[in-house]
Design a protein around this ligand. Structure first.
Ligand code: FES
Ligand code: FES
Length: 160
C-alpha cells in the first residue's frame, strides 16, 4: 500500500506517495527527476547509486523509501552551493579525472562524506573509505589524487 513519505532533498522539503519498500533510488530518479544518481548493480555492490542521508553515504538502490522519511538527502544535484561547485567536484573536474563518468556521482558523494568526517585523510584512509565504489574505467589512482587535491594535500598519483 502506498504511503506518504516526507523528506528533505537537497535542502528542499519534498513528499512522495509510494510503496514504502520501493528503493530510494527509484523515488529520486523517477518521482523527483534527480537522475544524477545512477543505477549500477541494484544490489548494493557498486556504489553508483550513493547519496548522503543525514550526511552519511548510503546505497539508495537498497535503501527503502521509508528509511528516508524525515531525513535529509543530498544528491549530486545538491552539492553545488550558490552556483559554486563543491571542492570535491572541482577537484574531479580539474584534470578530467573521470572517463565515462558513470561512477562520478557516487564517488564524489562518498568523498564528500569522507572529507566532512576526516578533512586530512591519508591515502590509505581514502582507499578504505572509497572501497566498494566501483569504477569500470579503473580511474582509481586519479580518483585518489582528486580527493587529495580536494583536501588540499597535493595530487601526486601513486600507482604502486
Ligand atoms: S546500484 Fe546501488 S550499489 Fe550498485
Ligand atoms: S569513470 Fe567510468 S565508471 Fe568511473
Amino acid at each position: 500500500m502506498a504511503v506518504r513519505i516526507a523528506l528533505a532533498v537537497n535542502g528542499k522539503r519534498r513528499a512522495v506517495t509510494t510503496d514504502p519498500q520501493r528503493p530510494l533510488l527509484d523515488v529520486l530518479r523517477e518521482d523527483l527527476g534527480l537522475t544524477g544518481t545512477k543505477y549500477g548493480c541494484g544490489e548494493g555492490m557498486c556504489g553508483a547509486c550513493t547519496v548522503l542521508m543525514d550526511g552519511k553515504p548510503v546505497r539508495s538502490c537498497i535503501t527503502p523509501a521509508a528509511d528516508a522519511a524525515g531525513k535529509s538527502i543530498t544528491t549530486i544535484e545538491g552539492l553545488a552551493d550558490g552556483g559554486r561547485l563543491h571542492p570535491v567536484q572541482e577537484a574531479f573536474l580539474a584534470d578530467g579525472v573521470l572517463q565515462c563518468g558513470y561512477c562520478g556521482p557516487g564517488m564524489i558523494l562518498t568523498a564528500v562524506a569522507l572529507l566532512d568526517e576526516n578533512p586530512r585523510p591519508t591515502d590509505e584512509q581514502i582507499v578504505e573509505a572509497m572501497n566498494g565504489n566501483i569504477c569500470r574505467c579503473c580511474a582509481y589512482p586519479e580518483i585518489v589524487a582528486a580527493i587529495r587535491r580536494a583536501a588540499g594535500q597535493g595530487a601526486e598519483v601513486s600507482t604502486s
